[in-house]
Design a protein around this ligand. Sequence first.
Ligand SMILES: *Cc1c(COP(=O)(O)O)cnc(C)c1O
Length: 359
Amino acid sequence: MINVTKTFFPPIEEYTLQLERIWRNQWLTNRGELLQELEDKLKDKLEVSNITVMNNGTIPIQIALQVLGQQGEIITTPFSYVATTAAILWEHCTPVFVDIHPDYLTIDETKIEQAITSKTTAILATHVFGNPCAIEAIEAIAVKHQLKVIYDAAHAFGVTYNDKSIFEYGDVSTCSFHATKLFHTGEGGALFCNDETLRHQLFYSHNFGHNGPLEFHGLGINGKISELQAAMGLSVLPHMDEIVASRKKVVDLYSSQLDFTKLTALQIRANTTWNYSYYPVVFETETQLLGVQKVLNDNDIFPRRYFYPSLNTIPYVNGENMPVSESIASRVMCLPLYEGLGEEDVLRIIQIINKNSCL
Ligand SMILES: *Cc1c(COP(=O)(O)O)cnc(C)c1O
């Protein structure tokens, strides 16, 4: 069976070596030696000025919304994983959707200003599939209207924009280290914030608000990650270059061999070093997509309809119509892409798609 993705498992000896350190330390969570080492190594690898590794990629969004969103209206994208919208609602904020750009699939910056009201407190946008949002335009709007910018950069591990880590942009950026993501700790995630005062506030919020054992800075939640997951991260991290190189080979095959007369590929924004995290293709119609999906499934190949449905249409959301996002969501499919996916398999997938997308 070929799935849309496959979790990278480091050699078990490498994980065992890390586990032995935990047993020697007799220290399982609350910012142990392995977590601190993982944060240092990620800082070097990503060339970021700071990082707080957390228990997943959703809690850091919620903490950022709790601190910056303040129960206001949050301008957001309808084309993302459900966590982006759910985090807004869970924090008692109101999502206000703005449609997406048809080529980049990120929030359409030209439509943001008309959605701003006196209740708007922040913009939460997703660098979807690792493709950067229109960062300069969003920044200018945020400054003009005094809004905070939170980037859901769950897909964007290792992406750079204008020669700088994508995580350095916005008031807060978050990433997911879930098992299905490019870099993973099983479950895990991270928060990036360059403002020292704000970072301090976000940091204590992820540990129950503690200020030492007897005092509290303020309200907090448990966003901590354990040493067991840090151990996984330390075992996966040294393999990232081979993982990305292997994925690039698959992407290069798709890009050069797929027949794009009836398909559209994702357009990566200029000045971006992309990370080969996903390979979405957009069909001309949903019927075409369903036809191709069926033949692939019959061949034991399981692409995923990332992201369907458009988040403004899910029942508990009540969003306005988002014609571009709804249309793309009904026609987009992510093709299998992971470290170790062999050339023969990729060529077989391409052949099936080329043969069936024109029917
Ligand atoms: C995976 C994902 C998340 C959530 O990350 P978890 O680590 O699973 O909590 C948030 N946003 C997007 C866009 C994602 O793809």
